[in-house]
Design a protein around this ligand. Structure first.
Ligand code: RB5
Length: 149
């Protein structure tokens, strides 16, 4: 039997309910979910949670990650500071599919104050259902990885 693929989930306080819905959806799609919280709704700081999720992916512990905050933007910025992470914010399924196919994104960010639950679950399914196409896209992703800030 093949081991389930692992995916890390995290959010800030603005996205706890949506994160739980995403966790169920992802588990239903056959992934082993590593939900690193937070579990309670007190106000918190998205950079902490974006970095923690990104480190779980960068270390190889999880193959992919999904992170959420109010807009999806702040937590995405924090995740992208971790070397090896390519995270995009998506509000539509087309973009979610394309960041896997063309950008080899290993993390997806969603804004819980931007999209509703149904849309978010479609975005997640598109992201998880797509594969990196390689070829010319691998050249471009390699250029991203070779650049420093
Ligand atoms: C929290 O109020 C909010 O700023 C945060 O969830 C996120 O939208 C930041 O990018």
């Amino acid at each position: 039997m093949t081991a389930a693929k692992r995916i890390v989930l995290s959010s800030d306080h603005a996205a706890i309910d949506l994160r739980q819905a995403v966790a169920k959806h992802v588990a239903d799609l056959g992934w082993e979910v590593v939900d690193i919280g937070p579990k309670t709704p007190e106000s918190t700081h998205y950079p902490i949670h974006g970095k923690a999720a990104a480190e779980a992916v960068a270390s190889g512990d999880c193959q992919l990650g999904i992170i959420l905050c109010g807009t999806g933007q702040g937590i995405m910025m924090a995740a992208n500071k971790v070397p090896g992470i390519r995270c995009g914010v998506c509000s539509d399924a087309f973009s979610a599919r394309m960041i896997r196919q063309h950008n080899d994104a290993n993390m997806l960010s969603i804004g819980a104050r931007v999209v509703g639950e149904g849309q978010a679950l479609d975005i997640v399914a598109a992201f998880l259902g797509a594969e990196f196409e390689g070829g010319r896209h691998a050249t471009r992703v390699g250029m991203i990885e070779a650049s420093t800030d």
